[in-house]
Design a protein around this ligand. Structure first.
Ligand SMILES: CCCCCCC/C=C/C(=O)SCCNC(=O)CCNC(=O)[C@H](O)C(C)(C)COP(=O)(O)OP(=O)(O)OC[C@H]1O[C@@H](n2cnc3c(N)ncnc32)[C@H](O)[C@@H]1OP(=O)(O)O
Ligand SMILES: NC(=O)C1=CN([C@@H]2O[C@H](COP(=O)(O)OP(=O)(O)OC[C@H]3O[C@@H](n4cnc5c(N)ncnc54)[C@H](OP(=O)(O)O)[C@@H]3O)[C@@H](O)[C@H]2O)C=CC1
Length: 278
């Protein structure tokens, strides 16, 4: 992430906005915090590790990143995070619910504790952050944008059934709230990502699993954290004002067709064209 200007958007695009980003100490959350800060926003970034947040702060233009240690599963910590952000910055224009994750395991081995761990970290925390920010900031100010990162493809998530259930629930939550909260000027939506080459992703999945994911992607590659950050910045900008309730899928085409095209059986050009019937 060299340089101090966005390589996609004009300077000052997000001037004056206050964004709350969870999981801002690494990966997609960090890249998004840096992009927002470069575009003029003030970012309140949270995560459990203050060391990681301090590293993000050092990568942002000075004074643009406000680091707050907060576990998004804990009600008292989330309330303190939101109240503190309002005391220091007066409003919250964007909430990017980025923190989350899951473990890979065959479904039959997942205990109730493991299941609850993932539903709590993802679905429940998203509701806690969303309802707290909406009630304390966005409904009173009659505006705001709430974005949740979810996953693609939108079929079952083999070996991560708990994660798939959470993400499906989160997308439905954003759709429902988009309808209910339109009257307050609040937009709610999801950005569903296929594999994104963050350090966690690279360290988490065996290399053959990663390669299988890439080869099942029509564009033949994973995404980068900057590509996700650009999408979130666009949605926060006036360009995103007519988006609400939708699920924006960014996955190199994985959701449309699970596999590279043409499949190897159709490698021969002639095998791809059906003979015309008269
Ligand atoms: C083809 C599909 C393409 C899809 C593309 C999308 C792919 C998505 C990628 C990503 O999301 S990558 C980046 C996301 N980041 C992470 O996933 C974070 C990494 N993981 C963690 O931080 C943790 O492991 C956790 C999953 C969040 C759990 O941490 P937590 O501290 O809350 O819980 P624990 O105390 O560790 O565990 C509690 C409980 O959960 C069960 N459990 C945890 N890990 C496993 C495991 N590896 N296998 C089985 N069960 C597990 C277990 O019941 C634990 O309780 P105890 O047994 O320890 O008592
Ligand atoms: N990379 C990928 O391929 C994809 C990722 N996603 C999703 O995107 C999001 C970011 O992923 P990625 O950047 O790869 O992963 P990272 O592991 O780099 O980011 C997750 C961040 O969330 C923070 N976090 C975790 N638990 C909590 C918690 N309880 N409270 C507060 N913060 C927490 C972590 O910091 P700390 O440990 O300090 O709290 C970390 O900075 C996740 O929700 C992930 O599931 C979705 C699709 C694909």
């Amino acid at each position: 992430m060299p340089g101090t200007a966005s390589s996609v958007f004009r300077d000052g695009l997000l001037d004056g906005q206050v964004a709350l980003i969870s999981g801002a100490g690494s990966g997609i959350g960090r890249a998004t915090a840096i992009e927002f800060a470069r575009l003029g926003a003030t970012v309140v970034g949270c995560g459990r590790s203050t060391e990681k947040l301090d590293e993000t702060a050092a990568l942002c233009p000075p004074g643009r990143f406000d680091a707050v240690a907060c576990d998004v599963r804990e009600e008292d910590q989330v309330e303190a995070l939101v109240d503190g952000a309002l005391e220091r910055h007066e409003r919250i224009d964007v909430l990017f619910n980025n923190a989350g994750g899951q473990f890979m395991a065959p479904a039959e081995t997942v205990s109730m504790k493991g299941w609850r761990t993932i539903l709590r970290l993802n679905l429940e925390s998203v509701w806690l952050m969303t309802s707290t920010v909406a009630n304390r900031a966005m409904i009173p100010q009659q505006s705001g944008k709430i974005i949740r990162i979810t996953g693609s493809p939108h079929n079952g998530f083999p070996l991560m059934a708990h994660g798939g259930v959470a993400r499906a629930g989160e997308e439905n939550l954003m759709r429902g709230l988009a309808v209910e909260w339109a009257r307050y000027g609040i937009r709610c939506l999801s950005v569903a990502c296929g594999p994104v080459l963050t350090e966690t992703f690279k360290g988490k999945y065996p290399i053959d699993v990663q390669q299988a994911m890439h080869s099942q992607t029509p564009l033949g590659r994973a995404g980068t954290e900057e590509e996700v950050a650009w999408m979130i910045a666009f949605l926060a900008s006036p360009g995103g004002d007519w988006h609400t309730g939708s699920v924006i899928t960014m996955d190199g085409g994985m959701d449309c067709y699970r596999g590279a095209f043409p499949p190897k059986e159709y490698a021969d050009e002639a095998a791809r064209t059906e003979e015309r019937r008269t």
